[in-house]
Design a binder for this molecule. Structure first.
Ligand code: LLP
Length: 425
């Protein structure tokens, strides 16, 4: 169920009309629904009820403190990829003991910060990283909890830029090298080998590749336990897709179905193997938690008829939402106030000086200058990937709770953009 619905022809976030938000806070603006966020998280939490499982929300999808705080209060942990993201966890007073640290390029400073705060686990991606972490932990008189990100070499069948589990990707330890890498980790004095993880890609509409990856991880856990390396957790990563509304696109598998199938396999494996030992299951979902939580609201500046195309020029641009420019992603555009009248075919584009600055192509819209539009399903990888290109301040972020409207990030002003710069004396 979506919490963005038309009521008398006017798009609402929960019970708040979007034109009211535009009038009060301007555009472009990200608008989030609290009920949608809590509902999405509950799908994971309900499917995990009664199990030793932890949902570590991948905050790269949307790291606004208000979103993180709401999720932390529901019991979520976090998957982070930088020291900066850890500082966000600390800023909201959430438990670093529920944080896992992913990424191929962790610096010594980032490792130190994470060790100081006692995170749950480092998802290590290479042998040099194991040695660096061992060194940093040793110098601090600590032992670092470690999981190896294994690359199961399954085809996630998604956009090449967001598939991560194939041999050709920079991520993870190759499946064939995993055993040796575990032996290396196990022998290092300042590491505690506690888990295994993988993440095969993003926007997966089918869970078959995820379950295939799970089977490979399970085999490896068995092999390792025969060598006396006993793992306590299995982290299957994130990756479940959302419905962007493109005609002809398959619907994503529901969270409950995927988790049901995954736990059934884990239960069957534990009954026949792993000595019946318990294993904690960790998930790292990003998009499936926040994708449909947000829309990007924008105002039409001009309608510009072209020789081959009509352009609908809006005040949001590629710097606000990179996905179309970067991945040719199809994002649904819709009017905020439905109107009758002549519809035309438009490319919806922003003011940035790049031909690649487009938000939607070939859309039939009944629209006039001054109208409001929304880009749907913009809650994931929208604001977190925004930039200041063309000295454009980043959009405001608003969180709606029923008829209550909260500014969770103020619009950036031009002066904010150059306050760290200086001219030569
Ligand atoms: N865990 C790891 C290690 C990841 O690299 C990612 C995403 C996730 C979890 C969360 O994946 P999700 O559940 O959101 O699929 N900017 C791209 C997506 C990049 C995904 C990067 N990794 C986009 O806008 O489609």
């Amino acid at each position: 169920m979506s919490h963005f619905t038309y009521q008398d022809g006017v798009l609402h976030a929960e019970s708040t009309p979007l034109p009211q938000i535009a009038a009060q806070f301007g555009t472009p603006t990200y608008v989030y629904s609290k009920a949608q966020l809590l509902g999405n998280y509950a799908a994971y939490a309900d499917a995990c009820a009664g199990r030793d499982a932890l949902v570590c929300y991948a905050m790269k999808a949307n790291s606004n403190l208000a979103i993180l705080d709401l999720l932390a209060h529901q019991g979520a942990g976090f998957d982070i990829v930088s020291g900066g993201e850890l500082l966000r966890v600390l800023a909201i007073g959430a438990d670093p003991g529920k944080v896992i640290f992913s990424g191929v390029g962790k610096s010594e400073d980032e490792m130190r910060l994470a060790l100081e705060h006692g995170i749950l686990c480092f998802n290590v991606e290479s042998i040099p990283e194991l040695h660096r972490l061992n060194f940093v932990a040793g110098a601090m008189g600590k032992r670092a909890p470690v999981s190896l990100r294994v690359n199961p070499n399954v085809d996630a069948k998604t956009h090449p830029y967001i598939a991560t589990g194939l041999k050709a990707n920079k991520f993870g330890v190759a499946f064939d090298d995993a055993l040796d890498t575990y032996r290396t980790a196990h022998a290092l004095p300042h590491l505690d080998v506690v888990g295994i993880d993988c993440h095969i890609g993003s926007q997966l509409l089918d869970d078959a590749p995820l379950l295939e990856a799970l089977d490979k991880l399970i085999d490896l856990i068995d092999t390792l336990s025969h060598e006396g390396i006993v793992l306590h957790h299995l982290d299957i990563g994130g990756g479940l897709g959302v419905d962007y509304g493109e005609v002809g696109e398959a619907a994503p598998v529901p969270v409950a179905d995927y988790l049901g199938r995954l736990f059934a396999r884990i239960d069957a494996w534990r009954a026949r193997s792993h000595g019946g030992r318990p294993i904690k299951v960790i998930f790292e979902p990003g998009r499936s938690i926040v994708g449909n939580v947000g829309v990007l609201m924008t105002r039409v500046e001009y309608l510009k008829p072209g020789v081959e195309k009509n352009f609908c020029i809006v005040d949001a641009a590629m710097n606000d939402m990179m996905r179309p420019a970067m991945y040719q992603a199809w994002m649904k555009m819709a009017p905020v106030v439905q109107r009758d009248g002549n519809a035309d075919n438009y490319d919806v584009v922003g003011p940035v000086c790049e031909s690649g600055d487009w938000l939607a192509r070939d859309r039939v819209l009944s629209v006039e200058a001054g109208d409001l539009l929304v880009m749907h399903t913009a809650g994931a990888y929208g604001m977190t990937m925004a930039s200041n290109y063309n000295t454009r301040g980043r959009a405001a972020e608003i969180l709606v709770d029923g008829d209550q409207v909260h500014v969770v990030r103020q619009r950036e002003l031009p002066a904010d953009l150059f306050k760290l710069e200086s001219v030569l004396k």
